[in-house]
Design a protein around this ligand. Structure first.
Ligand code: PMP
Length: 287
């Protein structure tokens, strides 16, 4: 397996970065998780746009154009002869000294890893708890920035692990539902689909946006508004969305079974639709 690292393709074993890299020392950097399905990189342009927005927000100037960055992703897949893959694209502040001042870091570190991944769609549903740790407030470290600092999510995941469930949901600072550790949350009640707005301390998921579009195409009303846990507990359906997870039903939250504990009709329809379009919305790897 070859990894793109600062302009070169190197063997996985040789893909190493400095212990002085501020991405490692301080989580100072940004990244994207991307999927390729059957020779198509799903919404590559949208992922690259989000990467550059995250970088801009933290004053990290990426020393290549978006077009060049797209080529990095495509080339990484080609070099590894992959058609179905999970891709990790990372830009860190680069090597500096032990102080945290970003001005000491002259060259960002850029790397791209692609690994084989078959589509996951087979999940029967997950059990979830609410984490006691809150999602980062937008005025502390806005979750809209996909930064390398994932400790907030990791702390929530640790709680899920101790509780023996699959995932944890985080509330925002005001107690409204924000998101999962690496996914966005949707609820369905009386045929209407709702998801927290981006102002509720969430990452604007590429899958989230896709699901909103697909749901509207299918004729459903989709509302972005603040949600309480109560609305989740009494929902007809709850599901999560994300690049790795795709669309996964939630069958239990904090010990409350969601409806009859089985995948809901609308969740099922959206999954089928997503499966249908995922090779149509993106950039071809091979001509
Ligand atoms: N929220 C968080 C915190 C995430 O890490 C992710 C995964 N990138 C998502 C939501 C879902 O975003 P996407 O659909 O773009 O993968």
């Amino acid at each position: 397996m070859k990894v793109y690292l600062n302009g070169k393709f190197v063997d996985k074993e040789d893909a190493k970065i400095s212990v002085y890299d501020h991405g490692l020392l301080y989580g100072d950097g940004v990244f994207e998780g991307i999927r390729a399905y059957d020779g198509v990189v799903f919404k590559l342009k949208e992922h690259i746009d989000r990467l550059y927005d995250s970088a801009k927000s933290i004053c990290l100037k990426i020393p290549m154009s978006k077009e060049e960055m797209e080529k990095v992703v495509i080339e990484t897949l080609r070099v590894n002869n992959l058609r179905d893959a999970y891709i990790r694209l990372v830009v860190t502040r680069g090597v500096g000294d032990l102080g945290l001042d970003p001005r000491k870091c002259k060259n960002p570190t850029i790397f791209c890893i692609a690994e084989p991944m078959k589509p996951l769609l087979g999940e029967d549903g997950i059990r979830v708890i609410t984490a006691s740790v809150r999602r980062l407030p937008v005025d502390v470290l806005n979750p809209a920035v996909k930064s390398l600092n994932y400790l907030n999510s990791i702390l929530a995941k640790i709680q899920a692990n101790y509780a023996g469930v699959d995932e944890a949901f985080l509330l925002d600072a005001e107690g409204y539902v924000a998101e999962g550790t690496g996914d966005n949350i949707f609820v369905v009640k009386n045929g209407v689909i709702k998801t927290p707005p981006v102002s509720s301390s969430v990452l604007r998921g590429i899958t989230r946006d896709t699901v909103i579009d697909l749901a509207k195409e299918l004729g459903y009303e989709v509302i972005e508004e603040r949600l309480t846990l109560h609305e989740l507990y009494v929902a007809d359906e709850v599901f999560i969305t994300g690049t790795a997870a795709e669309i996964v039903p939630v069958i239990e939250i904090d010990g409350r079974k969601i409806n009859d504990g089985k995948i809901g009709e609308i969740t099922k329809k959206l999954r089928e639709k997503f499966k249908e379009v995922r090779t149509k919305l993106g950039t071809k790897i091979y001509e």
